[in-house]
Design a protein. Sequence first.
Length: 477
Amino acid sequence: MVWVLFQKKRFPGILLFLSAMVLMVLEAGRVQALPFFPIASNSVDIFLAGGVAASPDGNFLVGLAQNQTNACAQLMSSNGVTAAPLLNLGPSQGAALVAAGTTNFLATWAGNQVEGALINLDGSQAGASFNLPASPNSAETAVGYGGTNYLVVWEDEGTLNPGFGVFYGQRVNGQGQFVGSPLLLGNTLAAPQYNTHAALAYGGSQFLFAWMRTNSTSGGWDTEGTFVSDSGVVTGPFLISQHISLDAMPPAAATDGTRFLVGMNRDSTRTSSGGPVWNVVARMLQPDGSTPGPEVMIDTNQATINAIAYDGANYLLVWGNHTYTTNSAKNVSFEMVRSNLTSLGPVFNLFSAAGPETPLFGGTVYLDGQFAVGCMLGNLEVNGSGQIIGLTSGVVEGSLLPSSIQPPVLHPGLRAGNAFPLRLSGTPGVNYVIQAASQPGLQSWSNLITNSPLTGSLEFTDSAASSPIRFYRASLP
């Protein structure tokens, strides 16, 4: 006999019943062990990761650069299997950036000019590539989809004011046609901009574009934002960061559909050799550009934000540690946080070094009940000032994480005396509590352990299972 308890803030349908004669489990949804799979890897080419986009059919597209000279893209299925051949897009100075629409993808990259191409949902290119209305001295910065049109943002350095970056955005429809004229994003002629892969997120009826600009008073860097409406109206710029950074590094952003979470990189001190000491901070942004609360510190261990994704309830933050230092202890870290920026559990790592190739950069997108995660592993050469001077090898790997609200599952083992082993399957970075009771009443449960399944599963043995009848359940704390 099995009782299933339904209680607010508990996961329904997860209860173990143990007796001297019967052991039964009812599962509300099974969480499998975390899969790991190659996205771009061979013995000849060096790959760089540029971004991840999820399509309506559950697949996801990864933007790449091959040998640092050619933009390309790889379509992956929702279970981590290669869904199409590697798509070569054209010569490029960096990796392709990708976004997913309702019927296709859009990839952008910078060769001699900023170019774009539509990609079918099957991973093939849809027609010829096209040039964005950018000058030759431009670099692609961000691309996103807003429900009707794509928005491509590039940084144009030197066209209007030599030495000063100018950000433009161009709306592109699903047929690859330009919608309106290029948009000047913010008061960009007043001071230099940081021009590498700024953040773009769509929520409600507007895009948020976030970038870094020099502060004319302090000489440091602020993170600022601009909204672009569906009709192409630009609002801003407005200040997002609370504190000035000595150096510049691109932010990241995601939306819950209305508000935006912006992850920022900030350094207030430098190393003895002059390199930045990076911290990751985060701040919520209202749809009118106001900030309801202060910045929240995420990580101080030479951390630089890479990506953020939202699963309908909580956010997954991705950042690199020691990416821009000579320290060999490089890694990519992950954390699940609530909308109030409190953590659901511990920071965790998914990818491990393979020989000289260490985890460097991560990306993520939410699709079909799970996070698709990509990670570039490489042998990166960095000088004492935090400048990348070379990349001798690189591969891109992937994994799939269940959403933060996926119910955990308790798997029973074989009882030996008073010892009853349990295995909890759940989402890494989310703390669960395993409870036991002699009766399945609302007030009779006692906590046995609170922990997170950092590899997708957590082993625990109840050494006090001496009674002939005992019930178990897993829930959020």
